[in-house]
Each structure stands twice: as structure tokens, then as C-alpha cells.
Design a protein around this ligand. Structure first.
Ligand SMILES: [Zn+2]
Length: 156
């Protein structure tokens, strides 16, 4: 198995009420030249966890970090007017937490964070601040939301 240092969370950047299913996402990624869907897991609005790439293979979801990470995406991320928003349904929150709990027990040293948290640190102060985010993805604070599933010593 690969060494996993990050579990990176994404949104599909589709609107809250919009259907953008697993197969549709996979097809779009293949059309863009990837060999398969870029994520390892894709969670649709009904809370179903779809298995994408095998964990043994690197994904294609975060430039510069694919080799040593697991990519998880939820369907949504934009509100009705197209603005970045945490649109996770109750079912998605439940499935995401269950999945991350399982991954955390398998990879206890992996940091769970959002795509935006891996934006370049332009001012070099060691923190990725909102003004440095290349995009909003996944539109919520993953580090904080899953604080209890982070590696020992990261926050305490
Ligand atoms: Zn992303």
C-alpha cells in the first residue's frame, strides 16, 4: 500500500438541488483525459458511498498531492445561486463521518483536510488563510469538523 499522509476532502462544485451522480462524475473525468474517476470515494446526496479508484492507486484530485493521499468527494458544494456553501445533507454528513472514522483507524497518521487547505502558502507564514485559497473546495472547515479524527498531537 502507498504511504498516506492526507485524506483530502472535495465537493463536486454542483448546486445543492442538482443531481450529479457517481457515473456522471466518472464519465466527466474520463472525458477530461483521466483513466478513471479521480476520487477514491464519492458520496452522493442520498449518503451512498461509491467506491472510485482502488486505494492502492493514486487518485487524480489534488495536484502535487495525489501520490500520498486519499481523495473523497461529496456531491454538492454550491448553494442555489451558485455560491460556495456547505451543502452536505444529513445523510452525507453521516456517511462521511463513518467513512472517515474507518479511514482514520486504518491510517491514523493521515491528516484529514480540505482541498483548499493545500493551496500555496503565498505569504509563507505557515498558515493557509482564506485569502490564499485557490478555490473554496470543499466549502467547509474539514480540519475542524473532523478534529476528533486527526492524528494524535495535531491539535493537542
Ligand atoms: Zn477539490
Amino acid at each position: 500500500m502507498r504511504t498516506i499522509t492526507f485524506i483530502i476532502l472535495h465537493c463536486s462544485a454542483t448546486r445543492a438541488g442538482q443531481c450529479y451522480g457517481f457515473e456522471r462524475c466518472r464519465k466527466d473525468h474520463i472525458r477530461r483525459g483521466m483513466q478513471d474517476i479521480g476520487y477514491h470515494y464519492y458520496i452522493t446526496r442520498d449518503g451512498t458511498v461509491h467506491a472510485g479508484r482502488p486505494l492502492s492507486q493514486p487518485g487524480a484530485h489534488c495536484k502535487g498531492h495525489n501520490q500520498h493521499s486519499i481523495g473523497v468527494c461529496y456531491e454538492g458544494g454550491l448553494d442555489a445561486s451558485g455560491e460556495a456553501a456547505d451543502t452536505r445533507t444529513k445523510a452525507q454528513r453521516k456517511s462521511l463521518r463513518a467513512l472517515l472514522t474507518r479511514l482514520h483507524s486504518e491510517y491514523p497518521d493521515a491528516i484529514i483536510l480540505g482541498h483548499r487547505d493545500l493551496s500555496p502558502d503565498r505569504d509563507g507564514n505557515g498558515l493557509i488563510t482564506p485569502n490564499e485559497w485557490l478555490k473554496q473546495c470543499p466549502c467547509f472547515d474539514a480540519l475542524l469538523d473532523y478534529e476528533d479524527l486527526q492524528p494524535e498531537g495535531l491539535f493537542r
